[in-house]
Design a protein around this ligand. Structure first.
Ligand code: NAD
Length: 417
């Protein structure tokens, strides 16, 4: 089997691909391909049985030209320095493509959270928050949830930070519970932007989303919300999966019922009246729309030859390797990139932060309306760049728009010292 792509190298390749269409100096591009700083730390945490266990953790601050660093915190056994660097870089260009005033950051702990009790996870999270304290802050670096973290962890981090700083600073982190300074609409925001991107993409391509068949890989926050909202548009979700495998029903799944089943049993597998399929089978199904919503590198150059979908909208970060991108571009499969399609998460995180700083809270309707405006505007700018510069694919178009914005900020501020 081919060696798995290094996500940091994938990010750098994506930047190079777009830079070829931009009139920007090589030294400036080089700077945009590397993080400003990376914290690597080892958390020594007492377990329930009294033993102390060590956990490797990272925070990468990639680029702050357009505002405070912003990006999630992931708990996963495969977290690595390069993965965190890549994810923090994607955040820079994601915030730029939707034009919100943030730079990019990302963090993670090397851990399988399922193997620990809630009290252990709380101590691990608070220990990480203590290490992060000098780096983060409402105007400095604002973490958020990512894979295997959610409102619970965000609440712990906010509380640890506020306690140590002896202040109230709800805007130090986003994705919090509503009762703790969170925003309406945040939980569904990532899936909502994926749905909006798919809707706009189908419209642009002259295709009907109503009646379109859809497969979704990964049924966590991003995947399950995308599936639900796309079903609400009249599409037929025929297959979904998680890390235990997938389920298929050519007549369409009831996405809410599947989510309820996963909440009860921990997996989508064995949902009644469906056929079991592997993740690879799901990714190669003959559908109108494929939504990878799990992790990086789901589709490599080899598998890309077998993808049968006409349109791919990326809910996950980095689900396609650069080789897969080349193959799908060649095969004229339209890929709408992660940095636009899942930008709803960070956009509503931005709204949450604005509300926290103003101590003035919006209705869910206002959040959803503002999000729709941001994603539709960004989609139009992406298509405009794609057509104006005659670009090979929509990913390159997104990076052309985003890099231009970061370079404009950098140029107008100047280099110092
Ligand atoms: P999550 O933990 O809620 O869900 C992840 C899902 O992927 C789970 O259902 C898991 O079982 C499944 N999965 C893991 N490995 C898999 C595999 N090999 N095959 C199939 N399924 C697999 O995480 P999430 O927040 O939904 O994040 C998913 C992706 O979306 C990540 O790439 C993340 O960076 C990205 N993302 C999330 C947000 C957000 O706000 N949550 C925002 C932007 C991007």
């Amino acid at each position: 089997m081919a060696q798995e792509a290094n996500p940091f190298e994938s990010l750098q390749e994506q930047i190079d691909d777009a830079a070829a269409y931009l009139d920007v100096r090589d030294d400036v591009i080089e700077r945009l391909k590397n993080p400003e700083r990376v914290l690597e730390t080892n958390l020594a945490v007492e377990m329930d049985d009294g033993d102390v266990e060590l956990f490797r953790a990272y925070r990468s601050q990639f680029n702050g030209d357009r505002g405070p660093y912003k990006g999630g915190i992931r708990y996963h056994p495969n977290v690595s320095r390069d993965e965190v660097k890549a994810l923090s870089g994607w955040m820079v260009y994601k915030c730029a493509v939707v034009d919100i005033p943030y730079g990019g950051g990302k963090g993670g702990i090397v851990i399988d959270p399922k193997a620990y009790s809630e009290s252990e996870l709380e101590r691990i999270t608070r220990s990480f928050a203590k290490e992060l304290r000098p780096l983060i802050g409402e105007s400095r670096d604002i973490p958020a949830p990512d894979v295997n973290t959610g409102q619970r962890e965000m609440n712990w981090i906010k509380d640890t930070y506020e306690t140590l700083e002896n202040t109230t600073a709800p805007g130090v982190i986003t994705g919090k519970a509503l009762s703790n300074g969170g925003s309406e609409g945040r939980v569904e925001a990532t899936g909502r932007s994926t749905m909006l991107t798919a809707r706009e993409a189908f419209d642009y391509l002259g295709r009907d989303i109503e009646g379109a068949t859809v497969a979704v890989q990964g049924y966590g926050n991003a995947g399950s919300v995308t599936a639900k909202l796309i079903e609400d548009l009249g599409a037929t979700v025929v297959a979904v999966s998680d890390s235990s495998g997938g389920v298929y029903d050519p007549d369409g799944l009831d996405t809410r019922a599947v989510k309820g089943f996963k909440n009860e049993t921990g997996t989508v597998s064995d949902y009644e009246g469906t056929e079991a399929i592997t993740n690879e089978e799901l990714l190669t199904l003959d559908v109108d729309l494929l939504v990878p919503a799990a992790l990086e590198n789901a589709i490599d150059g080899e598998l890309a030859h077998d993808v049968n979908a006409d349109v791919v909208v990326e809910a996950a970060n980095g689900p396609l390797t650069p080789d897969a991108d080349d193959v799908l571009t060649e095969r004229e499969v339209h890929v709408f990139p992660d940095i636009l399609a899942n930008a709803g998460g960070v956009t509503v995180s931005y709204f949450e932060w604005v509300q926290n700083r103003q101590r003035f809270y919006w209705t869910e309707q206002r959040v959803n309306d503002e999000l729709e405006r941001v994603i539709v505007d960004a989609f139009e700018e992406l298509v405009d760049a794609y057509e104006t510069h005659d670009l090979p694919n929509f990913r390159t178009a997104a990076y052309v728009v985003a890099i231009r914005r970061v370079v404009d900020s950098y140029d107008s501020a100047g280099n110092w010292p």
